[in-house]
Design a protein around this ligand. Sequence first.
Ligand code: UD1
Length: 375
Amino acid sequence: MVIQNHPIRVLTVVGARPQFIKAAALSAAIGKISRDVIQEQIVHTGQHFDPNMSAVFFEELGIPRPSHQLPGTKGSHGVSTGGMMAQLDQILESESPDLVLVYGDTNSTIAAALSAVKLGIPVAHVEAGMRSGNMSMPEEINRIVTDRVSALNLAPSELAMSNLAREGLGGNSYLVGDIMFDAVNLFAGRSNLSDKTRELLDQFSTNSKFVLATFHRQENTDSSENLREIISGIVKLASEIPVILPMHPRLQKTVSDLGLLNDSIPGLTLLPPVSYLEMLHFQKHAQAVVTDSGGIQKEAFYLRTPCITVRDETEWPETVHLGWNRLAPTESKTIVEFVLAAMQSRGTAGSPYGEGQTSDKIIDLLQRGSWNSFF
Ligand code: UD1
């Protein structure tokens, strides 16, 4: 059902690496719908700007070219978020979409949601209702504010739905499952890997063992105490089993500022940020994953690789309850102990985040049009 006499014009705002992946899944599904029904244009805020944090995802995942590419604004959270809002205001005024679609919990998410709602444009939030309960995380603030101003909250789990209901937002919240599950299903079978990744996978699959590590969260990278514990854990782990560590630019910068790592640590392979397909392959073939990322916890779960999450809490507790994920304190000894134990463990089956048909459910809700009566 189309609720208006012209196609629904959706303007999707992305800016950070995980959003490119989520948008790849939903945009592919929207692209299959007639343009008489729904039309999407993409705006890139420029939050992530390094080619291997951004352009590589658009190329590899076939995401439609952004109609607007913003230069991004580097600086504090306020400077960066405010800078994006100022630029988005102009685009939203000139494009005047029916609906703005945002993903997740980054500064690009909150910037787009606030710009849109203040201009009277309804917002749809994919991955609504996630809560860690930790207000010192910038992502937690971004989530709470974005959900509050969104006309359509698209929740990945029952827990997210109950969080939204508790905050009085149940009336415009819908359980759609996790869009990242769609992305894993869509892309995990593809195999156009770089020579370097193929070489690493071959090397480690011969030895049949490696652990994949990723760390980028501000609470870790901006605290030299936390970072020293994590890096010391990774170095110890690498003396037991080979470790691959693709490095986010911020991790690269802080470890080099603090002189914590070099290229010749036995067992440790340092990489620049890798592409999504490479990341999926590494996760699939690893004995275990150790991370502070939100998204990787779930990808590891979908690919049935045990995961250790170095954080005090998780927005995805179902992965822990099902035995695929375990939280570790930021202590090098415990990190090593937990990863070595995880390598021997298996969780149980379960589908707490839907069946990988989230795109279809979202498109259906966009067409049903309840968002139209938000204001
Ligand atoms: C952001 C999200 C986080 C998400 C992560 C995925 C917020 C608040 N956080 O964190 O939720 O999990 O993306 O990667 O939005 N930088 C570069 N090159 C780039 C991108 C960033 O050098 O391509 C630098 C920035 O200038 C900054 C630092 O890395 O100094 C952090 O980048 P930023 O975008 O602020 O946050 P992320 O840590 O990437």
